[in-house]
Design a protein around this ligand. Structure first.
Ligand code: MIG
Length: 655
């Protein structure tokens, strides 16, 4: 049961799409202040608090403070209170079970018992709030109800589930061609190559550097012939420059955010001074969305949106070398120029002028929405789209990646923690920069990371300018890397199917163990094993130098060892077990009574993948597989086909 409580005059956030009845007496919380609106609840000693999507720390958010305020901070330390997206859902699971979604576009501080007195307090800084209170039988039930009111997830094409290679710094068509060549030479499957800001003419959106990519349409077509897609980046800011058509159209039609004086606001980002499109208005979104025609005309059908918190280097008011302004800024975010967001303004649909600060967390998600609605018009098939910044609701328009992590074991672990939390907030299509963005990766870390990413919908190797080369073939024994990426492709019939089913049912794909198994104390504390879809449990190795790990099975399961060639299955009892996992192998588990459809051989890319030629692993007898051509917009559960296991082996099955 979901009930909403309205405080003041909330600004429309587009997060919830269903009608939810109004309540009059808010349960569980006491409101301890009107201004700022602050709510408190007392947690039981062993209560777990789930949710909060893209935030640091574990799956249980208890013990720390978090601030919803989208920000580009490439230093993901434990102390970092906010990341690129704001996902204001919490789910309390313990003596009482309930969820609460604080739907407000500005800054929210969640103190999830950081003092140890069991108090969870939520402080919404700006007036105007819709609080959705969700009551259910358990945490999973609460989350499913929540997913039910925020609308269906973005549905990417099949190729978006392939392996992607990226790097900030691929400068030319030749360089990308070489990366492709080496993957092919080492027989490492790959589906797409991301093009970072280097492809643009002086970092200007909707342009291509003609020296580096003399004919991008031709290059795109050549890549497609080899089964590969190119995925260009698009930044939020539009370069201020006479002759830049997008800039001129935006100025003429008053499509940009304005400054204190009421003229177009200027902020420096990669191209120099830019204006920010005012995505809060439908007319602006439609105009921005139409710009993607520049790319779709060249045959491109995948995009990533960056810098849309928005990220700002400096502004027309704050010079490049100004020190962070502690007095105006936030003492908890001392190195940040939070005040910049008070210096520019949006014109909402109803004509109201509000500072970005008041509606800050919506900006990135609205850029995704603009891109997605434009691409829906431009393409008659599904496309890949993922964004850095987001708010709940944006999951209907695209995926997200978790931004500038680092090549450290801690960040690998954070990737594991992020996935279920993001799923709870609707973001099914997500993943981290595999191998790590900042800093230098190494063979062991990259291999272990691939063994995690092999199970996340977005599986992209990406790294920063100036770091060591991070493509798989750069490291000793490419066959070891081939093994892990092969696993991904062999699992695709299952992963794609489970993604589509979860999205269409408005359910989670990646879940904590406690969502499915009896919530014993032991199960509730497990954060380094995850459920992926209906049948599969992973237990990745997350420690440097480890030759394996301890796994806890909450029930008997089939243990599967992928050795690069075969799936070796063995029945395993419930309880704790020690497994050895060489760097080029993966051990995962299939739940009793369920089946896992896997491809019979490893394709070079998804264009060569036959979703109908599968082998069924596991002890179940039936599996319902989602199948389509991988592109069609006609996505319904009717595309599910029932597979039956023939007795004994996993040999061909009837439908
Ligand atoms: O200021 O486009 O998170 O993935 O490679 C850095 C360059 C801008 C940040 C993104 C990262 C991307 C980088 N961008």
């Amino acid at each position: 049961m979901i009930t909403q409580y309205t405080y003041g005059t909330p600004i429309e956030t587009f997060a919830v799409v269903s009608d939810v009845p109004e309540g009059n007496q808010l349960p569980y919380f006491s409101q301890v202040s009107d201004s700022p609106l602050t709510f408190q609840t007392q947690l039981g000693t062993n209560d777990i608090v789930y949710g909060l999507g893209e935030t640091m720390h574990g799956i249980n958010k208890r013990g720390y403070r978090y601030i919803s305020f989208n920000y580009d901070d490439p230093c993901h330390t434990d102390e970092m209170p906010s990341m690129y997206g704001s996902h204001n859902l919490i789910v309390v699971d313990g003596s009482t079970v309930f969820g609460a979604f604080f739907d407000t576009p500005s800054r929210v501080v969640f103190d999830v018992d950081s003092t140890g007195d069991g108090i969870l307090s939520v402080c919404c800084e700006q007036p105007g709030l819709r609080l959705y209170l969700i009551e259910g039988t358990d945490a999973y039930d609460v989350v499913r109800q929540f997913l039910g009111i925020i609308g269906r997830s973005f549905l990417p094409p099949l190729w978006a589930f392939g392996y992607g290679q990226s790097r900030w710094g691929y400068k030319t068509e030749k360089e990308i061609g070489r990366v492709v060549y080496h993957h092919q030479k080492e027989e490492i499957p790959i589906d797409y190559l991301c093009m970072d800001i280097d492809y643009m003419d002086r970092y200007i959106d909707f342009t291509v550097n003609p020296k580096r990519f003399p004919d991008l349409a031709r290059f795109t077509a050549e890549m497609r012939e080899q089964g590969l897609h190119l995925v260009p980046i698009v930044d939020a800011g539009i370069k201020v420059e006479p002759g830049n058509r997008v800039y001129e159209e935006g100025v003429q039609n008053h499509y940009f955010c304005t400054n204190r004086e009421g003229t177009n606001f200027q902020a420096a980002v990669w191209p120099g001074m830019t204006h920010f499109p005012d995505f809060f208005r439908a007319s602006v979104r439609a105009w921005f969305g139409r710009q993607y025609k520049f790319y779709t005309d060249m045959g491109l059908d995948g995009f990533w949106n960056d810098m849309n918190e928005p990220a700002i280097f400096f502004t027309e008011y704050r010079k490049q070398n100004d020190k962070p302004d502690l007095a105006r800024g936030d003492p908890e975010q001392p190195t940040r120029h939070i005040a910049d967001f008070k210096d520019f303004f949006h014109c909402l649909e109803d004509g109201a002028r509000v500072s970005n600060y008041q509606v800050h967390n919506l900006y990135g998600g609205l850029m995704t929405r603009a891109s997605s609605e434009g691409l829906d018009q431009l393409l008659d098939k599904r496309y890949l789209l993922f964004s850095r910044s987001s708010y709940i609701g944006a999951h209907r328009y695209g995926g997200i990646w978790t931004g500038d992590n680092a090549s450290t074991w801690k960040m690998l672990r954070q990737n594991v923690y992020h996935m279920p939390s993001l799923n709870m907030c609707g973001f099914l299509f997500s993943g981290a920069d595999t191998g790590g963005f900042n800093g230098n990766t190494n063979r062991e870390l990259l291999l272990r990371w691939l063994a995690v990413s092999a199970f996340t919908p977005l599986m992209r190797n990406h790294t920063s300018l100036g770091t060591r080369k991070q493509e798989c073939y750069r490291f000793k024994t490419p066959a070891d890397f081939r093994s892990l990426i092969s696993l991904r492709y062999r699992l695709l019939p299952y992963l794609y199917s489970e993604y589509m089913k979860a999205a269409l049912r408005q359910d989670m794909l990646i879940r904590p163990l406690a969502f499915d198994f009896p919530r014993t104390e032991r199960v509730r504390l497990i954060e380094d094993q995850l459920l992926i879809g209906e049948s599969l449990m992973i237990a990745p190795v997350l420690e440097k130098g480890a030759e394996g790990r301890t796994v806890f099975l909450p029930a008997p399961m089939t243990e599967v060892r992928w050795n690069g060639v075969d799936f070796l299955c063995e029945e395993a009892e419930a309880g704790e077990r020690l497994i050895s996992v060489p760097l080029n192998e993966v051990v995962f588990y299939i739940r009793k009574g369920t089946l896992l459809p896997v491809a019979r051989c490893t394709p070079n890319n998804t264009a060569e993948l036959d979703l109908t030629d599968v082998e069924l692993l596991g002890t179940g007898t039936k599996y319902c597989q989602y199948r389509d051509d991988g592109y069609t917009k006609d996505c319904t559960l009717e595309n599910c086909v029932n597979l039956k296991k023939e007795s004994g082996t996993g040999s061909p099955m009837g439908e």
